[in-house]
Design a protein. Structure first.
Length: 145
């Protein structure tokens, strides 16, 4: 009888642990899903009125860290940003420093545009950045990845 009680006791606590593991797995899965939604990537299609969709520029906003990073035409970059309602501002971006040839002009223009951006408009899957005079600087389309 003593053995039976010990076995039942062991089985009861073993099942409790497996329920906890299932709950932990569900919580971790939900946390991972939330993290994915906090990072949004936009492919830049227009920069200062010019079509740049073939240049593979992109920017990812990490809402949790308040940072933006991506590809600026030649190099990878990152920058802190602040959003208040429709207002946006970027700190000076840091970037890797590979030789870019012709793309160095595009990269300089991209960084200049980030510095001038003051207004952020989200319309569906599009992100529009404008300067303080309401001039469109940047058009990005949300990546499906």
């Amino acid at each position: 009888m003593k053995s039976l009680i010990i076995i039942l006791f062991f089985v009861a606590f073993s099942n409790t642990n497996s329920c906890t593991n299932k709950n932990n797995t569900a919580v971790k899965s939900q946390e991972k899903e939330n993290q994915v939604t906090k990072k949004t990537t936009f492919s830049v299609t227009r920069l200062n009125g010019k079509d740049v969709s073939d240049k593979k520029l992109h920017i990812t906003f990490d809402q949790e860290k308040g940072s933006a990073y991506g590809h600026s035409g030649c190099n990878g970059f990152s920058s802190q940003y602040t959003i208040k309602k429709e207002a946006i501002s970027f700190e000076f971006p840091i970037a890797t420093k590979m030789y870019c040839g012709e793309n160095s002009k595009l990269e300089k223009e991209f960084f200049k545009t980030l510095g001038e951006a003051k207004i952020r408009i989200l319309k569906g899957d599009s992100l529009i950045l404008k300067d303080s005079n309401n001039k469109e600087l940047f058009l990005g389309v949300r990546s499906k990845e």
